[in-house]
Design a binder for this molecule. Structure first.
Ligand code: ADP
Length: 492
């Protein structure tokens, strides 16, 4: 078991951990606090100041002041890139602390936090810093009788509401393009997992990010989150989380008439044709649905298997899922940690119960694991009708729902039974066929012979119930944070 680092003990002991506003760590105006727990033990890790409307107001004020006066928005992109690379360097230098904090607060295996979550944050900062240096802020428009060009500049204060499944990674995906473009930001991390984001504020201070450019206000969704979404001082808002809350954020943004970017989860499907390498595909899909204990919006949760290989595939995948080692995040042998909270565990177990009550068969029972303290759920496989609640709703746990198909049209129809449209995958050794099927799926992302593929430069986003307003991780994302304006002069 990895020992908790002394820097982390010191950081957690300085409770209540404070909000980060205008370059300073401050208590919440109303003095409220909340607990954040280790999902692997159920024990309290620390207390955190609970921001509310007054704190959000202060943070937006500090961000506006920094936008107007700190020089961040007006300095050349190269100068901002220098600061963002320095911040990425700090993330890399403190990667061991950030990884442990992420593992402790979310429950995820340390190796995954260290190998994926934390490097994704520093890569996001570097990718968008470099992209901004290359961005053309003045683009001539060829028109008769007019000297015209598009000019792009930062919007102002951008709000971000982040969920608990990938706190640091989603922080990077969201704020890096906004900062690189010259905006200032106010972030509301999820109440279940505020720790790594607050630690990151110390790194921003060390890296010389000007005061007020980045502000972080932890707190509850219905108070801090709702206040941020409704704040009239925002120029844009981005939300990652459930469709229910996404709708409320979109309504609040509409009232202020500001652009809104939403990433709202999914019910990803994997179509498995009968010409796949069965053990290999079974292994990859078992990995996909157990990654982060299934708390991944784009992961493969509906497996649509060709009827000719169905039984063989189910046998192979059951073996793989039973072999997944559940355990505490800091134990190096752990392959899958707990889910994030008691609330989330009840939600997953509730779905397993309701799904079976509606007639689904438990191919692999899974469910609660009482041999471990904390919020553990064993991987489960259900099979049955596409009308079942577990085939339709996002469970956000290590649960896959199996269905059979015989023709590609049938498989495509099953994928489209869901109103989500984030990410699906097609598995076949016939790449031409796989491409054709992939193109016919209505979703932001269609992967072939893989699931959960991310790269900076590869756009990622959703369609339908999975969101709108532009995705993340690509050159278009940087554009989203630059306000276009046409400058024009008629000439004789
Ligand atoms: P989940 O169900 O995965 O927790 P949510 O959509 O509830 O997803 O939460 C994602 C983020 O949205 C969290 O930071 C949460 O605090 C925030 N949130 C929850 N309710 C609201 C709300 N009414 N307004 C704004 N943000 C909210």
């Amino acid at each position: 078991m990895a020992a908790v680092l002394p820097q982390i003990k010191k950081f957690l002991a300085d409770e209540p951990l404070r909000l980060y506003i205008g370059g300073k760590f401050v208590p919440a105006v109303a003095g409220g606090t909340f607990e954040t727990r280790d999902p692997g033990t159920g024990q309290v890790l620390s207390r955190v100041a609970a921001g509310e409307a007054a704190d959000i107001d202060a943070a937006v004020g500090a961000a506006q002041k920094a936008f107007d006066k700190s020089g961040w928005a007006s300095m050349p992109a190269n100068d901002r890139a220098v600061v963002l690379h320095r911040l990425a360097d700090k993330v890399d230098e403190h990667a061991d602390v950030l990884s442990q904090l992420e593992s402790l607060d979310v429950g995820k295996p340390l190796g995954q936090a260290a190998g994926f979550d934390v490097p994704s944050l520093s890569q996001a900062l570097r990718y968008f810093a470099d992209l901004a240096v290359q961005a053309r802020l003045r683009e001539p428009i060829a028109l008769r009788g007019l000297e015209a060009y598009t000019y792009r500049s930062a919007y102002g204060v951008c709000g971000f509401i982040i969920p608990w499944n990938f706190p640091l990674l989603l922080l990077g995906w969201n704020i890096a393009p906004a900062l690189a473009a010259g905006n200032t930001v106010v972030v509301k991390p999820a109440e279940d997992t505020p720790l790594s984001t607050l630690y990151f504020c110390h790194l921003a201070q060390m890296a010389g990010v000007p005061a007020g450019v980045m502000n972080v206000v932890p707190g509850f969704g219905s108070t801090a989150g709702a206040a941020l979404a409704a704040h009239s001082g925002l120029a844009r808002i981005a939300f990652t989380g459930s469709p229910e809350v996404g709708r409320m954020v979109a309504v609040a943004a509409a009232k202020n008439l500001i652009p809104c970017k939403l990433e709202l989860g999914g019910k990803g499907a994997a179509i498995v044709f009968d010409d796949v390498d069965i053990p290999q595909t079974a292994e990859k899909l078992a990995q996909a649905v157990t990654l982060n204990s299934g708390q991944v919006c784009c992961t493969a949760t509906r497996w649509i298997i060709h009827q000719r290989i169905y039984s063989q595939f189910v046998d192979a995948v059951k073996t793989k899922m039973l072999a997944v080692r559940l355990g505490y995040g800091l134990d190096p042998a752990t392959e899958m940690g707990p889910v994030v909270s008691e609330k989330q565990r009840s939600r997953v177990l509730g779905y397993l119960e309701k799904g079976q009550a509606q007639g689904a068969t438990a191919v692999l029972q899974g469910g609660a694991d009482s041999s471990l303290p904390g919020y553990f759920v064993k991987p489960a496989l259900l099979a049955g009708s596409p009308e079942n609640i577990c085939a339709r709703e996002e469970i956000f746990g290590p649960v896959a729902y199996l269905m059979k198909f015989s023709t590609p049209e049938e498989a495509i129809d099953l994928v489209h039974r869901s109103r989500y449209g984030l990410a699906n995958s097609v598995w076949s050794s016939d790449v031409t066929r796989a491409r054709k099927v992939a193109e016919s799926l209505v979703a932001g992302n269609s992967w072939i012979n893989a699931h959960n593929v991310f790269a900076y430069g590869l756009p990622y986003g959703g369609a339908n119930l999975s969101g709108f307003g532009g995705g993340v991780n690509s050159p278009e994302t940087l554009r989203d944070y630059l306000r276009p304006q046409s400058i024009v002069r008629p000439y004789d």
